[in-house]
Write a new protein. Sequence first.
Length: 267
Amino acid sequence: MSAESESAAEAADGATDPNTADVSRDAIPDWEAESLLEVRDLDAGYGDLQILTGVDMDVADGEYVTIVGPNGAGKSTVMKSVFGLTNLMGGTVTFAGGDITGLRPEEIIHEGIGYVPQNDNVFPSLTVRENLEMGAYILDEVPQDALDAVFDRFPILEERQSQKAGTMSGGQQQMLAMGRALMLEPSLLLLDEPSAGLAPDLVDDMFDRIDAINDDGTAVLMVEQNAKEALRRCDRGYVLANGRNRYMDDGDALLNDEQVRQDFLGG
């Protein structure tokens, strides 16, 4: 599906969801922490189709932040906008104090941001090891210490490093995609729906692995369909509706907010 088609579908879904009505930005609590990533008043979309309106978002150094909301809310569009994959129509994105608004993905990688998309996130015809080496393509040579760290984190990848990525299970491919993004040891890891398509018994394991990445000091910004579990595990969460900020608070606070639970978490 093209970006424009994907966006149109996202907007159409949002138009039919009763929970995606426009909301005032006055409802967004202030966030005054020192931010690693700072998104301000972001308008973005695909082509001429605007998906996001006035979105604000912060991720502090080492923080674990989750974006949740109904289908069509613009969650993945925020992630893609940070990584330079959308048409930015207004607002700013800063990272580690520098303005990265409008930079291309290959430039953003150099700044210390890794991105794992939901779909098509491995090179199926390449081996596991070749996929990981591609994660360090901007370097003159593959850093052995980074490769060893990925193998330590995901032992199955070392065991199957000669296997074609396209023949691996969905959970193994997700580990490979995360491992490739970690090859440059980013300060911030962007994860788009990491549990999508996984068997139920693998979901907790995937979340545990993300927790461990964050515990080791990498900040995480994650879009996740399993909203309750994501909010249980994260430091803070944002709820988007119709391409706008709706709520922001600690993960536990959002889980215990009756209105949030009723409108966005199934009660």
